[in-house]
Design a protein around this ligand. Sequence first.
Ligand code: S3P
Length: 448
Amino acid sequence: MAHASPQPLSGLPSGPLTGRVSIPGDKSISHRSLMFGALAEGTTRISGLLESDDILATAGAMRAYGAAIDSDGRGSWTVQGVGSRGFAEPERAIDFGNAGTGVRLTMGLAGTCAFASTFVGDASLSRRPMGRVLDPLRQMGTEVIARGGDRLPLTLRGTASMQPISYRVPMASAQVKSAVLLAGINLPGVTTVIEPVATRDHTERMLRGFGAELETEAGGGGETIIRLQGRPNLKAQDIIVPGDPSSAAFLIVAGLLVEGSDVTVADVLLNPARTGLLTTLREMGADITIENERLTGGEAIGDVRVRGSRLKGVTVPPNRAPSMIDEYPVLAVAAAFAEGETVMDGLEELRVKESDRLAAVARGLEANGVVCREGPASLTVTGGKVRGGGHVTTHLDHRIAMSFLVMGLAAEKPVTVDDVAMIATSFPGFVDLLSGLGARFGASAVAA
Ligand code: S3P
C-alpha cells in the first residue's frame, strides 16, 4: 500500500472532452458491502465493488476477523460472512493505509468485541483525529490504548461492562454515526444516534437491507434520531455498487470547464445525501442533464451528461456541506473559472480530511494565480481566467491531486501536482479514463 516515491504529473490544456464513461463503484457503499457481508450469515455477492487501495484495506481487515473474501478477477466479489457475533481476534495489527472510513467504521465494529484489535495507517491517516469515534466507544465501555493523543496507532478491546448508548454526534460525520451504530450491533438492547444534520445514510439503508431492525425518526430542528436493535441476525445479500458520485465529480467539472465538451458519466449514484455538487453547479449555470434515472438496490442512479458551460460564482449554503463534503476541492476549481465570487462556508470538517483540504486547496489556487480568501471554516474564490503554471502539494490527498489535474485541462498553462500515486486510494484508472475522453497529461516539470 505504501508508494515508494512520489509520482508528479501535469494536467495540460486540452481540447474538448467527449464520450461516455463508466466510473468505479462508490467508496462508501464498497466499504460497507465488505463489512456487512463479513457480519452476515451466508455468502454476500458484490458486483461493481471499487477495487481501490482503501477498499482492499477493508477487505484485508475483514479477512483478519475471519471472513473469506474472493474476487473472480472480473469485478465480482464474494464475502463468506462469520455472523454478527462471529468476529475472531486478528493475529496482527490491521493496516488501513490512507482509509479514514475503513478504520473508523471498523473501530466501531471491533471495539465492542471481547478481544484486542490494533490499527495502524499511513502518515496522513496517523495525523487524523480518532477521538470522535473513541469518545462514544469509551462511553460504551471499550478500553482504548492510544499513546499518541487519540491518533493511530491504537488498540481497542471490548470489556465485560459494555452497554449500548444514546449518542448525539457532535459534528456532521457519517463515519461517526456509522461507527456508533456498528458498535451497537454487538450489544444487547437499543443503540441510539442523534444526528443534528443529516449525512449520507448508506449505513442505515444497507443495515436494513441485511435484515437489521433500524428505525429513523425526524426530531426537532432538523435532527434525525436513529435506533438500532442490537445483536441482529444479518443475512447475506446480493449487492450492485453504483458509480461513485465523488469520483464522477472530477469528470463532471472537467466536462464543464473545457470548452466544447460533451461528457456522459454512466450509472452514477444519485442518493440526495450525495448530490450537493450537482445542485451547486446547476446554480452556477452548468448544463447538466440526468438521463435514464432508475432505482438499483434501493438507491437512485442515473447517467449524468454535462456540456461545456460558462459558470458564474454563487454562495453555497453551509447546510449543503454534508451532501458534498468530498466535492469542495473540485468545486473550488470550478469556482476559479466562474465569473465573480464563489463563497463556501461551514467547511470546518475539511480541515480533518486526508489533508487539511481547506489549506491545501487555497495554496493550490494561489500557486496558479487564483485569488482566494481562506477563513477558519470558509473559502471565497474570485473566478475568471486561470493562468495555471503552478506546482501543487497534495499532502497524500487523492482529491487534491485529481482536482488540480482537472484545473490544468482548462487553464492557460499546465498545472502540476507533486504526486498522483494516492489517486489509487479511490479512483484507479482516473488518468486513463480522462485521457480516453481527450484530456492531456504530461510528465511533470518538477519531476527532476
Ligand atoms: C464517508 C463519510 C465522510 C466522507 C468520506 C466517506 C463515509 O466522512 O468524507 O469520504 O463513507 O461514511 P465524515 O464522516 O468524516 O464526514
